[in-house]
Design a protein around this ligand. Structure first.
Ligand SMILES: [Fe+2]
Length: 396
């Protein structure tokens, strides 16, 4: 198990003019290198706090100027606390969240309930139809969403992962369907309903196989590979007759280049709904935080999927995913060109390199207390220098 990563180290290193010293003395800046006089004696030793220099040396600026020194190198170390970033994100929820938290919670509970009933053998058509209706509600939410946002449900245990994952596959599948087939709400609905139901068959897979943290043995994998068929049968037996919904349940593990399961179909023989859900399924699995792994950064997940594209996924769907999440997907902690830092809260379709960033640390290394969102698409002087890592998926 890897340790929890709660903070991101960041260091601002720069040379400041003497006129800027007073301003920077309000930050935790320290002298980065020895500042020497012309005869090589140390005037300002490295590691000295700028604040104490400014307050203790009279006319510091004049002293330095006299030695022909007009700028000094400083460094500001900061630790960005990921929990603090998350708190900021929560505070900005009205700008960010597209998924009604109550709807998300309700959906997860319903999925959990139905799984329990299946395992006990008491699941009836009304249970499944409730879930399907929930899928329709999600489809409406997703259709009006400008940006992919998944559910950040705090996954408390093994079982809960499956439920949160079902919700995410419904959201992402629906979103991709909306992008690929605009103006065809029935396709979005099939993906959202199918997403909610896609792993239904897992309720019949023994818990010790389903929840095994390590790799499965060949025998266990054979059992696991039955879940799409179990799911399809359960859905049919409980009154689901939509071919697209059934295609998601039965076909989300088929691979574009063949070699998937359960049927080993290839390319366009795999129903389109199944091809979309396969992308949503793998993307969410890669970017999820699990007990045994840290979440993969969204961009890394997409590039991995692009590499394996023709073998595993329909290229058209992966491209739609790439365009949807952008290069700096929401939740990515980024450093801007002026040294300020924040977290991406959104991006426009046409300018994925210039997202909106919720600032947490300003260009001088000070914490930004008030809510400040910088829109890089309209602030041409700034750009993203680098991304630090995903803080997590945004929503409730
Ligand atoms: Fe599955």
């Amino acid at each position: 198990m890897s340790p929890e990563k709660n903070s991101v180290d960041r260091t601002i290193k720069r040379r400041i003019s003497l006129a800027e010293m007073r301003e920077y003395s309000l930050t935790p800046a320290i002298v980065a290198e020895d500042v020497l006089t012309s005869n090589k004696s140390v005037l300002l030793p490295h590691g000295t706090e700028l604040a104490s220099l400014v307050s203790s040396v009279d006319n510091l600026e004049m002293v330095l100027r006299r030695w022909g020194i007009f700028s000094i190198p400083i460094v500001i170390h900061n630790e960005v606390n990921v929990e603090e970033l998350e708190k900021l994100l929560k505070a900005a929820e009205t700008n960010l969240s597209i998924i009604d938290p109550q709807l998300a919670r309700e959906t997860i509970e319903q999925v959990e309930n139905v799984y329990g009933r299946i395992a006990q053998g008491t699941c009836g058509p009304e249970d499944i139809s409730h879930l399907a209706i929930q899928g329709r509600t999600l489809a409406k939410e997703v259709s009006s969403a400008p940006q992919v946002m998944l559910c950040l449900g705090k996954v408390r245990g093994w079982d809960e992962y499956t439920y949160v994952h079902s919700l995410n596959v419904a959201l992402l599948g629906g979103f991709l369907a909306n992008r690929l087939f605009p103006g065809q709400p029935e396709i979005v609905e099939r993906l959202s309903m199918g997403g909610i139901l896609h792993d239904l068959g897992k309720a019949l897979v023994p818990k010790e196989v389903l929840n095994k943290p390590g790799p499965l043995t060949d025998e266990e994998f054979e059992i696991m590979k039955k879940h799409p068929v179990y799911g399809e049968e359960l859905a049919v037996a409980n009154g689901v007759d939509d071919k697209g919904v059934l295609a998601v349940i039965g076909g989300h593990h088929e691979r574009y280049g063949g070699r998937g399961y359960p049927r080993g179909l290839e390319k366009d023989d795999i129903p389109m709904e199944a091809r979309i859900s396969a992308v949503a399924d793998v993307f969410d699995a890669l970017t999820a935080k699990r007990v045994y792994k840290e979440p993969m950064e969204s961009r890394v997940a997409v590039s991995l999927m692009l590499e394996n594209m023709s073998a595993h996924f329909d290229p058209v769907v992966v491209r739609a995913l790439l365009v949807s999440i952008g290069l700096y997907p929401p939740g990515t902690a980024v450093e801007l060109s002026d040294g300020s830092m924040g977290v991406v809260v959104g991006a426009r379709d046409k300018d994925l390199l210039r997202p909106e960033v919720l600032l947490q640390i300003d260009h001088m290394g000070r914490k930004v207390e008030e809510m400040k969102i910088v829109d890089l698409s309209t602030t041409q002087s700034l750009f993203v220098q680098r991304s630090l890592h995903d803080v997590g998926k945004i929503a409730f």
